[in-house]
Design a protein around this ligand. Sequence first.
Ligand code: ASP
Length: 346
Amino acid sequence: MAKFPHILLIYTGGTIGMVKDFKTGTLKTFNFDKLIKHIPEINQLNCTIDSYSFEEPIDSSNMNPNSWKFIAEVIEDRYDDFDGFVVLHGSDTMSYTSSALSFMFENLTKPVIFTGSQLPIGDLRTDAKENLITSIEIASCVKNGKPVISEVCLYFEYKLYRANRTTKINAEQFEAFTSLNYPPLAESGVHLKFNLPLIYQPENNLPLRIHKKLNNNIVLLKLFPGITKIVVETILNIPGNRGVILETYGSGNAPTEPWFIAALTNTIQQGIPIVNVTQCAGGSVIMGVYETSVDLQNIGVISGNDITTEAALAKLMYLLGEDYNLTQIKKWFEISIRGEISESLH
Ligand code: ASP
């Protein structure tokens, strides 16, 4: 390892690097060099920093599996040259991208920290500086010669989270993210305090593997009281549909009406996995607790346990991309493969 940790800053876009277009009044991305000029403080950090910028930085609403693959490849190509990676990304879909990357990277032994901001870096009251500077510090932290973090994380407003546990919960406050089913891995105050027992420790030294085949032919079906038969059947039968994330109520409950259960049964019988994820921000699916989830369990709906919808979508794309069959998808979905599900629940 070099004397100072060597960190790669990857700029993809997002509010952090935006400026107001004087003509239209809308926020648009701008050039990365200008962004770095706004934070001369990063030169005082105990690390050396290189940067890589998307040729055309984007608002994260335009992120998709191809952009995820692109970010993964930027890291893959430079993995041996750097000690840690900080990805600057719009906050809107940051939980989706970072969750996806967590599944795409197998045997990760270096930190990959996603961050961004609610206000552009040039704004007087910006939250960008603290988010960026602390993310770089975290990516540089070493203990006994090894990085303290060796997983994909998201840092925002004084808290470091496991990325695949996060959800954006606020479009306005600086505290934009939460992770209700897993505590923060670190908190930044006067001191940077790591919660070491919660942080993933790589058990082996296997080479990094990147899974790039993601199958996004999936649907997200969110239940609401009054949802009609035609809507449910149409969504489930979209041509080419390969998997379903079903957002249910509470601990995994859904209507017991025969047409609803029949539609789901028909989908599963075609070999299409249906994963039960709760609409609640916190807590877990536990099928069988209420009468309203017994049928789901009996027809073979997969439990998402306490996974977030963001991580469930990414995990399903990843497992389908690996060409697993229904039985294998059920097996892998119901256990934690990147810390996305609480072990004690199964
Ligand atoms: N619309 C922006 C984005 O996600 C919001 C942000 O960066 O916070 O790119």
